[in-house]
Design a protein around this ligand. Structure first.
Ligand code: ADP
Ligand code: ZN
Length: 830
């Protein structure tokens, strides 16, 4: 079997390289190689595991052919990922200008990557069977030596073998295998072995066999097993305290048999499963289900925006759509912002679909992830529910992807490959010809706009189920002065909000007080007129920097000395408003010594303490819950009748062009927490800018008007969805070096803009500018923002800029010790 032309494998390695590396496929592997397989390859002086992303008979650059090395070996002939998955990963790497190896790492749990270490055991003479194509020549001396050094009982890991026999390449070792001299096994690293359980079952026995001599325990075991297909050791232990010796005795007498069976560790085994009620769907729900069914029946990709107000029954709609998908023989993926916050959601799915669900989230141990991953890959589950990383779960026959709360920023990963799971869900859906449902009470403007352009299908659920009303929203003007008596004595809580709190406590209902505080810098606002400082060029708020007593734009680096008085009303009380949840909690305890006050924020974490807090709030053991945006996620608390937003300006004045949209989303979501059940709710928003359209439209629950207004603004500035952005972020311990690196890239970009018409006309660069959070962990942060209406052009421009700035050259002196991050479609401008 000889072939004329060589075959090359493109292998993604977990190293910071943009592209996959080419290796020659050795002749003996030619017929066994496929994309999606894990392989061992030489890299520098080491051997590394990588994933084959493509095979080809030609090289992009044929002159490199003499330099191409042979790949060593297959780690596992069974591909780890399907061709679909591999194509998807390649797309993601390409789109985010991210090293392919880093993207592959997202898709394969670490446990799988360390698994598959080859072990060799010398076979006894009588068990040796050479392969038909085994060489007939005598064994070389080195191989004979290696063979002699192998144990015939204990398998030797390949690394140890190569240590003692450096000349042994994988390729040569393969010859031992081919000659049938060794047995090759793959052994998983001990800590991540699949978990097994011993099972027992009764063997049929001839009538009249004596059982009289059996002990009491043994008799009881036989009785227990009688009529059961099988029982596991823990199940038997539930009835008999220490059954092990009795079981062994029974097995020796041939009365029962036992075997090991793999069991999966279930991280959600203890999660409550509520019984699933069955509803008659509302008309909008039915319409949504039908629209998705049409696309499914036609076998085509279609993206849907399910715009349903809070409480309109989106979850139930997802359940029906998924049930239909499973009935059509396909599988489902559900992406949630933060699973830890929404155990109820998983509970609903569990009650509908039982054990056919895998749940993936960041709280799992490596072993649990490994279990779930394998279960998914073996088609043992039909539904995968998870946070953003579940996007990469190896699901076959994917029929539908649901992205719930699609507006949530946590779908964007802010480290490593900075992907957005919401965006890539559409891509994965397209590749799989699946339907993709983006659900939210506040769709992002990109969704709304794309629906209007006909690229996505818009499905509206404008009313709450069972005609429950959306709560009335009250905006309280916090500006101080004689014209405004409502502001009240405290700058924290207005008379109006205090009054409402009194009423709520009096009626024995519950309240949520929401404070948007990200704690990087206080928001600067005139206490008298509510004036906020904006960049004259970029339409973003200026950020206060204490170090220089200045206000700065972090897009274009415009700056302003921190003024003494307000340029609008000349009032001298320009205040740096910054209040934290802790202060607010303390203040409330003082005001209401008899009320039970609790706080939920980042300090609470995402673990058991959070669950505890939410449970006791639901059980009404807490009267007032103070919290950050974590309280806005989809909780359902029937007795919450008051929601107070302590200072809307904190998110409104965020130095980000999405600030108005985020505020609208937050207010709408937080308002949705009020009056979920039969008690009517009320929402109070405190602010220094009561006339802002984000607040006014949120008060009217008027998404469309907000979207119109905001879209016009975005269009004027060329921001998404009308333009696209790529941010280059620079971080370094040395401020000078960081600035220098940023400047080098800026210079490269400027040169391209000047010299190439196609770029000059269509791309703009903002910056270099200091990031709003100028230092994190003692590292200076600077950024460049690239913007264009044409995404492909922007991508080309970015790559050219990177090339020109020497980004891909090894050992560039300017960039040493400065981390350069490429953020495509940046969401976080801090
Ligand atoms: P959303 O996710 O849109 O905020 P949910 O799916 O949580 O809304 O539904 C709100 C409430 O309405 C839930 O308690 C749910 O069980 C109930 N519900 C959903 N659909 C129906 C229906 N068709 N008839 C009656 N109740 C429903
Ligand atoms: Zn600016």
């Amino acid at each position: 079997m000889t072939s004329s032309s060589p075959l090359y494998a493109q292998v993604a390695l977990d190293v910071p390289l943009f592209t996959a590396l080419s290796y020659r496929v050795p002749e003996h592997l030619r017929d066994h190689i496929a994309p999606g397989q894990l392989v061992q390859v030489p890299f520098r002086n080491r051997s590394k595991t990588g994933l084959i992303v493509a095979l080809s008979t030609e090289l992009d650059d044929p002159t490199l052919a003499p330099k191409i090395r042979d790949l060593y070996d297959l780690v596992d002939p069974e591909p780890l990922l399907s061709p679909h998955d591999v194509r998807f990963l390649s797309f993601v790497a390409d789109y985010y200008l991210s090293p392919i190896g880093e993207v592959v790492r997202l898709a394969i749990p670490s446990a799988v990557r360390v698994e598959g270490i080859k072990h060799y055991r010398r076979l006894p003479e009588d068990q040796r069977t050479p392969a038909p194509n085994a060489p007939q020549t005598p064994l070389s001396l080195e191989l004979a030596g290696a063979l002699a050094s192998l144990s015939d009982t204990e398998p030797t890991p390949v690394a140890a073998l190569r240590e003692s026999h450096a000349e042994l390449t994988y390729h040569r070792l393969a010859e031992l295998e081919l000659r049938g001299l060794v047995e090759v096994t793959y052994q998983e690293s001990a800590s991540l072995k699949p978990k097994t359980e011993r099972y027992f079952k009764l063997l049929p026995r001839p009538r009249g066999t004596l059982t009289g001599r059996l002990g009491a325990n043994q008799l009881q075991i036989l009785k227990l097993l009688d009529g059961m297909p099988s029982l596991s050791l823990p199940e038997i232990r539930e009835h008999i305290a220490s059954p092990y010796s009795s079981l062994k005795a029974l097995e020796e007498r041939g009365l029962i048999e036992s075997w090991e069976e793999e069991v999966y560790r279930d991280p959600f085994a203890d999660a409550p499963v509520e019984p699933a009620p069955s509803f008659e769907l509302t008309l909008p729900q039915q319409r949504a289900v039908d629209a998705v069914a049409r696309a499914r029946q036609a076998g085509r990709f279609e993206g849907f925006v399910l715009h349903g107000v809070t409480g309109s029954g989106k979850t139930e709609t997802y359940v029906r759509i998924i049930r239909d998908t499973l009935a059509a023989g396909r599988r489902a993926l559900v992406l949630l912002p933060e699973i830890a916050l929404t155990p109820q959601f998983v509970g609903v799915f569990r009650s509908h679909f039982g054990e056919r669900i895998a749940v993936l989230h960041s709280g799992l141990t490596a072993a649990q992830k490994f279990d779930q991953w394998r279960q998914i890959r073996r088609d043992e589950v039909d539904i995968v529910i998870g946070a953003r990383s579940a996007l990469f779960a190896p699901i076959n026959d994917l029929g539908v992807i649901v992205v719930d709360e699609e507006h949530d920023p946590s779908f964007k990963q802010e480290e490593g490959t900075r992907y957005n799971a919401r965006d890539m869900a559409l891509v994965r859906g397209k590749l799989a010809r699946a339907q993709v449902i983006l659900g939210s009470a506040t769709p992002i403007l990109e969704s709304f706009y794309n629906a209007r352009q006909g690229r996505l299908t818009y499905l509206a659920m404008p009313e709450r189920v069972a005609a429950r009303a959306l709560p009335p929203v009250d905006i309280v003007d916090m500006r101080r002065g004689p014209h405004n008596p409502t502001a009240g004595p405290s700058s924290l809580l207005s008379t109006r909000l205090l009054g409402a709190l009194d009423d709520t406590l009096h009626d024995q209902k519950q309240a949520i007080l929401f404070l948007n505080r990200r704690g990087f810098s206080p928001c600067v606002v005139c206490e008298a007129c509510g004036h906020v400082f904006h960049c004259p060029h970029c339409d973003v708020s200026l950020t206060y920097h204490r170090r220089m007593e200045a206000l700065r734009c972090h897009h274009c680096d415009f700056s302003l000395r921190m003024p003494e008085s307000c340029p609008e009303c000349l009032h001298t009380g320009i205040d740096r408003k910054g209040v934290g949840t802790e202060q607010l909690e303390a203040h409330l305890r003082e005001l209401y010594p008899r009320a039970r006050v609790a706080r939920l924020d980042r300090d609470t974490g995402a673990g058991p303490r959070l669950q505890q807090l939410l449970t006791s709030f639901r059980r009404r053991e807490i009267d007032i819950l103070v919290g950050t945006q974590m309280v806005t996620k989809g909780h359902d608390f029937p007795d919450v009748t008051l929601v107070g937003v302590v200072l809307a300006d904190m998110s409104l004045n965020f130095p980000d062009f999405r600030a108005a949209e985020r505020t609208f989303q937050l207010l709408t979501q937080v308002a949705g927490r009020a009056g979920r059940a039969d008690s009517p709710g009320k929402v109070i928003i405190q602010t220094y800018t009561p006339e802002h359209y984000s607040l006014l439209t949120a008060r009217e629950h008027d998404f469309e008007s907000f979207a119109e207004r905001e879209l016009a603004q975005r269009q004027a500035m060329g921001y998404p969805p009308f333009g696209h952005l790529i941010a280059l972020k620079f971080e370094g311990a040395n401020e000078g070096a960081t600035v220098q690196a940023t400047r080098n890239y800026a210079t490269a970009a400027r040169r391209l803009l000047r010299t190439e018409r196609a770029f000059g006309d269509a791309v703009s660069m903002l910056g270099p500018a200091m990031a709003p959070i100028a230092r994190i962990k003692n590292r200076s942060r600077w950024q460049l923002l690239l913007k264009a209406a044409d995404r492909a052009l922007l991508r080309r421009f970015t790559i050219r800029t990177l090339e020109l700035a020497g980004h891909f050259d090894a050992g560039q002196p300017h960039h040493r010790n400065v981390r350069i991050i490429i953020d495509v479609d940046p969401l976080n401008m801090l």
